[in-house]
Design a protein. Structure first.
Length: 343
């Protein structure tokens, strides 16, 4: 059944303005894809009508619409060089897409010669190689289809791998005397590699447990330049192509992930082509913090927002979005929500 959406006089605290209808129609949002909408003015009311005949539509409001990078299911990888060091920390978020841990190969490699690396054991654990010598954990590997943070601390003979802030593996093998001067993510050998990476950073200092916890507890919203070890931040790769919003003047591409701190860009090597997908925060919001509109359903929400997302789940989705807008610019939403919420 069709409906008519109207907007009248809205009372927005100290503001009282005439609402203006706004409409967005999408005929075929493919299963698994997300559409992200931004409004020039703050919304008063939002209504979504799902015209689909199967599957469902996930709807939510998340301002952090950052992106991530899905490595190709092949021997494709991204590589970067940096000044040689024997003590440093590398941290990143990762989401494996393979259904079996046995199919996951190399995750992170340090050069020269890729003799120091992280890879799956094939039984749900992790293998942490230092100068070709492995140490393994029986568990602790990030689960398929789940985001986890990995932090590698290289410190001579006290080399540690953390997963979600918890120590998973220690390798006491001495690092090469010349240190390391390059890193790569993805697989240099083998096949069936398909992981998504997000928010990767390199610090020229070995982290303590407390500093690893600080980085993990801050989550994906955290800017590494605000970490207590920010003075030692060497590189920051955000994996951001500005697909949903303009976060950086220069967008990342499928062949170059820009270093937002220095000049150590990650560049593509090997076969296959990667793709940008939802970042950790938006992915989590769509999965765990969304309203589900079944096929043929609709919902009306009284909500103050300057953006929203819609994700197709289970089938291609066709929908309309109707919104009542205030006269308040989206950039001034903080006047309605208070400081901190919208910053």
């Amino acid at each position: 059944m069709s409906f008519v959406y109207t907007a009248g006089l809205n009372n927005m605290g100290p503001y009282q303005v005439s609402g203006r209808p706004w409409l967005k129609s999408t005929a075929s949002l493919a299963d698994g894809l997300t559409e992200y909408l931004t409004f020039d003015n703050v919304t008063k009311k939002v209504r979504v009508k799902n015209h689909s005949t199967s599957g469902k539509l996930r709807v939510g409001f998340a301002d952090n619409a950052r992106r991530a990078y899905n490595m190709p299911d092949s021997t494709g990888r991204l590589e970067a060089s940096f000044s040689a060091a024997t003590a440093f920390t590398v941290s990143f978020w990762i989401k494996p897409l393979d259904a079996s841990a046995a199919s996951i190969t190399r995750i992170l490699q340090l050069g020269p010669n890729d003799q120091t690396r992280i890879q799956g054991t094939g039984t749900g654990g992790l293998r942490f190689f230092v100068s070709t010598v492995p140490q393994s954990s029986a568990n602790g590997f990030t689960s398929p289809l789940t985001w986890s943070q990995m932090t590698v601390v290289i410190n001579g003979t006290a080399n540690k791998l953390y997963v979600n802030g918890v120590l998973a593996v220690t390798n006491t093998t001495a690092v090469p005397s010349g240190g390391f001067d390059e890193l790569s993510i993805g697989s240099a050998i083998g096949t069936n590699f398909d992981d998504i990476y997000d928010e990767m950073c390199l610090f020229n200092a070995p982290f303590t447990q407390a500093e690893v916890t600080e980085l993990y507890a801050a989550g994906g919203y955290f800017d590494p330049r605000d970490h207590s070890q920010a003075a030692n931040l060497v590189s920051w790769w955000a994996f951001e192509d500005n697909g949903f919003r303009t976060y950086f003047t220069t967008a990342d591409t499928i062949t170059t992930i820009n270093d937002r701190i220095g000049s150590n860009n990650l560049t593509k090597a090997g076969s296959g082509t990667g793709a940008f997908v939802n970042g950790r925060q938006l992915d989590t919001a769509a999965t765990s913090h969304s309203i589900i509109i079944p096929a043929g359903g609709e919902v009306e929400l009284n909500v103050k927002s300057k953006s929203m997302f819609l994700k197709a789940d289970g089938a291609t989705q066709s929908f309309d979005v109707y919104a009542s807008l205030t006269g308040i610019p989206a950039s001034r939403m903080y006047e309605l929500t208070g400081p901190g919420i919208d910053e």
